[in-house]
Structures are given as structure tokens and as C-alpha cells.
Design a protein around this ligand. Structure first.
Ligand SMILES: [Zn+2]
Length: 256
């Protein structure tokens, strides 16, 4: 009897592995097509001191477990609202493990809905020093500055590795049109005004659908969208993140 059960168990394990391996292989092939079509300057990613520091703080590299995602840290390039690369040798996207688990869920939902698409990550953990530079540089009136960039005195959820800036890439390698660019500081980027701007003709049918696709997937995976940025998602509140995790400051990495 026991022997029969054991054989049955082995058959079950083997058949489920066969199914998983098959589906993984087919999704890998699909995403490979996406990546091959992308026009992204390849970066050599040495293990820098800052990234080693992030690892020692317990943060994880998204690419390690989600290799099919595109990582394009905008602040590690000059293609950002400040126009300089202020992330330096941080070129990989690091987050806390519980944020990664939600992202894995989001990716699974995306694969189920649109197997030909993948995510593109614009920002993940951010140092306190980078937060300060952004706070000092954002060109909006002082009284509404905190709507767009968190005050470094309070800290951003990015500083704890519990937030992501993210969008979707299609099968031709293009980032989906969400109606505004990443880091557009204005009402057109407000998630809760998506419906309003669509009804008023400021967002096209396609932009409206693209944005709703991203927002619904991220919400289903347990993320909370920012009030002012369709691309920004928190894995938890600032209070929770502060209580549980250490803030990422380059000063703390100096002697690593
Ligand atoms: Zn953000």
C-alpha cells in the first residue's frame, strides 16, 4: 500500500514538473523575443560597493529572480528630469523581499493576461542622498513639492526598498503609451484622474486601457498606487516600512 502511494506521489511530482517546465519554457521564449527587440544600451553591471551594501542590508536584486523584466533605472542615466546620472554605480534594481514577492505576483498576472508583455522598472530602492538631490531639483512650487517628491526629512518609501516605479513593454520592445512620460509632474499623470481625462479626451482609448492594465495588475498583486504618479507603487505604507526596515543611506555604506 505504502509502495503504491510512493509511486503515485512520484508520478504526480514528475507530471507537475513537466507541466511547469513546459509553461516556463514557452514564457521564456516569448519574453526572449521581447528582449531581443529592445533597443536598450547594454550595461556592464559590476558588483559595486553600494550594491554590495544593499545586499548586506537584506535587499534583493530583482533580476536574480525575475530575469525577464527590463531594468532601466532612469536615475542611473541622464534620461531623467534632472538630466544627470545621480545613481552612479547603482545600476541594478534592489527591493525588500516582500516587495519582490508582490512583484512576482504582478508578473504572473501580467503573463496570464498578456504573455507577450513584460515589465520595465524605472526605479526601486533609492538612497537618502538621491532623495535629497531630487527634492532640491524638482521644479514645482514649494507648497506642492511633496506631492511629487517625498521630503527627505520624512523619507520616501523608495528609501526603504518598498516602492517601485514601473511600466509595461510590448512585444515590439516599446514602452506602452500611458498618456504621459515617466516623471511627468502634473495632473494628467494622476491615477484617480485617469477616467476624467479619458472622458474629456485628454487620454486616448489606448492610453486609458494601457494605464488601467498596469494599475489593475499592480493593485491585484497587493501594491498601492501613488496619488500623483501612475508609475509609482508602494508595497506597504511609509510607517510600516520605517518600522521594519533600515533607511538606505550611502553614508552607512562608507566602511563596507
Ligand atoms: Zn516612485
Amino acid at each position: 500500500m505504502l509502495k503504491k502511494l510512493r509511486i503515485l506521489l512520484i508520478i504526480l511530482v514528475l507530471s507537475s514538473c513537466f507541466y511547469d517546465c513546459q509553461s516556463k519554457q514557452s514564457s521564456d521564449n516569448q519574453v526572449k523575443t521581447v528582449e531581443q527587440n529592445l533597443v536598450v544600451t547594454p550595461k556592464i553591471k559590476p558588483e559595486s560597493k553600494a550594491e554590495k551594501c544593499l545586499q548586506s542590508m537584506g535587499l534583493v536584486n530583482i533580476k536574480d529572480s525575475l530575469p525577464n523584466l527590463i531594468i532601466d533605472l532612469k536615475y542611473s542615466t541622464t534620461d531623467n528630469f534632472i538630466g544627470i546620472d545621480f545613481y552612479g554605480d547603482i545600476t541594478n534594481a534592489f527591493v525588500q523581499n516582500e516587495c519582490l514577492i508582490k512583484l512576482q505576483n504582478a508578473y504572473q498576472i501580467l503573463q496570464n493576461k498578456k504573455p507577450e508583455y513584460t515589465f520595465i522598472v524605472f526605479d526601486a530602492v533609492r538612497s537618502l542622498e538621491a532623495q535629497q538631490l531630487m527634492w532640491d531639483s524638482v521644479d514645482v512650487p514649494q507648497n506642492i513639492k511633496h506631492w511629487y517628491v517625498a521630503n527627505p526629512a520624512k523619507g520616501s518609501i523608495h528609501n526603504f526598498g518598498m516602492a517601485l516605479d514601473i511600466s509595461i513593454v510590448d512585444d515590439t520592445g516599446n514602452v506602452l503609451d500611458m498618456g504621459t512620460e515617466f516623471d511627468y509632474f502634473g495632473e494628467l499623470a494622476y491615477p484617480n484622474k485617469t477616467e476624467y481625462f479619458y472622458q474629456n479626451g485628454n487620454l486616448s482609448e489606448q492610453q486609458y486601457q494601457n494605464r488601467n492594465l498596469l494599475m489593475s495588475i499592480m493593485a491585484d498583486a497587493g501594491f498601492y498606487v501613488s496619488k500623483t504618479e501612475w508609475w509609482h507603487y508602494n508595497a506597504a505604507s511609509l510607517a510600516y516600512s520605517k518600522n521594519k526596515y533600515e533607511i538606505f543611506s550611502l553614508k552607512n555604506c562608507a566602511d563596507e
